[in-house]
Write a protein that binds this ligand. Structure first.
Ligand SMILES: [Zn+2]
Length: 140
């Protein structure tokens, strides 16, 4: 499933590093796909990408594509921080539970009054110098 892509005419203040364990994730994200790692030993899914399983000693993984849907677990708005992060004022982050059972933090692009368990979708935010991902309320 291809995620919605939101083009933002600005630079990211800090471009995410792309390394051995994350290169494939960032490349897919730029194409509108959100990848999770799956342990080949115990089949656990995980995010962010890493070198070893969080559930067993396994170190071999496959990539699997998330459907981009889930539910809102929590929201928090940050009102103070380093200047590079505060250039656009307060920002909101969401903790979301993906349908695949993975919990992650994302930029929140939805209603700041959204409630626990609100259906969400992941989106790609494409800046002039790289991509990130966010979440927003799923349109009814
Ligand atoms: Zn495992």
């Amino acid at each position: 499933m291809t995620l919605p892509i939101i083009n933002i005419n600005a630079d990211l203040p800090s471009v995410p590093r792309s390394g051995h364990f994350t290169r494939q994730f960032w490349q897919a994200l730029g194409e509108g796909r959100f990848l999770l790692q799956q342990c080949t030993a115990c089949t656990a899914l995980r995010f962010p990408p890493g070198s070893i399983c969080t559930e067993c000693p396994g170190s071999e993984t496959l990539w699997t594509e998330a459907n981009g849907r889930g539910t809102l677990y929590a929201l928090t708005t940050v009102h103070a921080g380093p200047p590079a992060l505060m250039r656009d004022g307060p920002y909101t982050r969401a903790i979301v539970d993906l349908d695949e059972g993975v919990r992650l933090i994302a930029e929140w692009l939805g209603d700041p009054q959204a409630r626990f368990d609100t259906p969400i979708e992941l989106v790609v935010t494409r800046y002039t110098n790289g991509c990130l991902f966010g979440a927003r309320s799923l349109a009814a």
